[in-house]
Design a protein around this ligand. Structure first.
Ligand code: FAD
Ligand code: MLT
Ligand code: ZN
Length: 453
């Protein structure tokens, strides 16, 4: 163990066993999920509750040492790894799950609880979390709130922000702010809960969350639908949205992405023919929605082929084609990852323009696109382009901005997109954000270099 005065205070706060200084152990916290972003931590500290987090942050503030926060380390914008020399605060031990309030459909959970653990706790009670995505076994609710994660159910329930009714958090000087009553109506001034959601660990360390829960619908049906192109996908989703109140998810991927997924996972072809584009949709309600889904697909425009599953195994098998994209892409190499959104009417033009835009920045690049179609949210993953990462990022993000889009739809800005923030936010907005950061963290100690420089 490093014998500095700060380390002594950290040991007093969390106990010797939870201050990690062995370089071999610390190394496992220093690289992000994609393998692209790295940082050297001074040490890793693993507090067990809010009071311990407050003691750690206070000690770091007194020593003027930055604190970087890490949950499940599944973030995709380089924000979950430390800056060199920082104390890395892991939320891995903040894992309490409170009693489920079935009447209000709410639960209070520790920030380090994984999404899957909350699902496991509330589903037997007929309740569910309104956000879901493939990293569920590793990502934490604290990380989801900090990034305002989106995922596969935004169409029905909105982003994580809509699920967070309260937070407890530790500010940069060690002050604890606790707002966990979960009142659906509470107009008593600035919305500090909402401010912390999406702040990417730059304004405070979330230690607990009060989550809104949604009904767990027992009737479910998933369809994988082959379509001609992005315009066909958008038209299909529009029709299904109008015809199916039970529509919960609408995901888009393309032939080259499916080829890669099948190569890396060994999954069988979903159809006898290879089609240009695919939309995966899920409906959920009390009764089995299969007949309604089939009827809607019968009337919807541009359906080239479709397969529907209502049983759990069949549904998971269809979801695997979509959810395996991220891991399959990483298995093919470290990608340049972009997560953009454009207004839905521009989605088709944007998808058509992207290959040429990317090729102009890196002729050898191999783009794989997929995303959440209803929100115009595209995941632009570019393989074989790491040595031209910045020109590729710049070309794609400027294209997206030209459509009035967002340079980060759901993963956050992190360190990866910081240089392009002005493409999505006005100078006045950025100055307002800087003002908030200065007010809450004047020393710039929390997650330095994330979101703002
Ligand atoms: P981390 O990666 O540890 O941290 C992410 C950010 O949050 C960092 O800035 C960190 O400092 C901050 N942070 C973490 N915990 C706290 C806390 N308690 N208080 C304050 N700040 C904190 N994202 C989506 O939006 N939609 C998707 O569909 C989606 N799918 C994914 C699929 C895969 C396979 C993978 C690997 C990732 C996916 N992601 C998705 C990205 C990622 O899972 C989310 O951003 C997730 O919310 C991060 O949670 P985490 O606990 O891993 O956070
Ligand atoms: C997804 O929707 O699967 C994710 O956001 C992950 C990714 O972009 O790779
Ligand atoms: Zn996504």
């Amino acid at each position: 163990m490093t014998g500095g005065i700060l380390e002594q205070h950290l040991v007093e706060a969390v106990g010797t066993a939870h201050l990690l200084t062995d370089p071999g152990v610390v190394a496992s916290y220093e690289t992000d999920w994609t393998g692209r972003f790295h940082g050297r931590a001074r040490c890793v500290v693993r507090p067990a509750d809010t009071a311990q987090v407050a003691r750690v942050v206070h000690a770091c503030a007194v020593a003027d040492v930055p604190v970087c926060v890490q949950g499940g380390n599944t973030g995709l914008v380089g924000a979950s790894v430390p800056v060199d020399g920082a104390v890395l605060l892991s939320t891995a031990r903040l894992t309490d799950i409170g009693a489920v309030d079935e009447l209000s459909a709410q639960v209070t959970v520790g920030a380090g609880v994984t999404l899957a653990a909350v699902q496991e706790r509330v589903r037997p009670l007929g309740l569910d979390v309104g956000v879901d995505f493939a990293a569920r076994d590793s990502c934490t609710v604290g990380g989801m709130a900090a990034t305002n994660a989106g995922g596969e159910r935004v169409l029905r329930y909105g982003t994580t922000r809509a699920q967070v009714l309260g937070v407890e958090a530790v500010l940069a000087d060690g002050t604890v702010v606790s707002r966990l009553a979960g009142l659906p109506k509470d107009n008593t001034g600035y919305d500090v809960v909402s401010l912390l959601v999406g702040s990417e660990g730059t304004l405070g360390i979330i230690t607990k969350l009060r989550l809104r829960l949604v009904p767990l619908f027992p009737g479910r049906a998933v369809a994988l639908v082959a379509v001609e192109d992005t315009a066909g996908a958008v038209a299909l989703v529009r029709t299904l949205r109008e015809m199916l109140p039970s529509l919960e998810a609408a995901e888009l991927f393309f032939a080259d992405g499916l080829d890669l997924v099948r190569e890396k996972t060994g999954l069988p072809a979903p159809f006898a023919r290879r089609h240009p584009a695919y939309v995966l949709v899920e409906c959920a309600q009390r009764a089995d929605p299969t007949d309604d889904l089939l009827a809607a697909l019968g009337e919807a425009p541009g359906v080239l082929d479709a397969t529907v599953a209502a049983d759990v195994r069949g549904r998971h098998a269809l979801w695997a084609y979509r959810e395996s994209h991220t891991e399959s892409i990483n298995a093919a190499g470290v990608p340049v990852k972009l997560d953009v959104a454009v207004p839905l009417p521009a989605l088709s033009d944007c998808v058509a323009a992207l290959p040429k835009t990317i090729a102009s920045a890196c002729p050898t690049a191999r783009p794989i696109l997929f995303g959440h179609v209803n929100e115009g949210n595209l995941h632009v993953n570019v393989l074989d382009a790491l040595d031209r990462a910045e020109p590729v990022e710049d070309a794609v993000l400027r294209l997206v901005a030209s459509y009035g889009g967002s340079i980060s739809a759901e993963h956050g800005v992190g360190r990866a997109k910081r240089g392009w923030l002005e493409l999505s936010r006005s100078a006045a907005e950025i100055e307002m954000m800087r003002g908030i950061k200065r007010a809450l963290d004047p020393g710039g100690l929390l997650n330095p270099g994330v979101l703002l420089d």
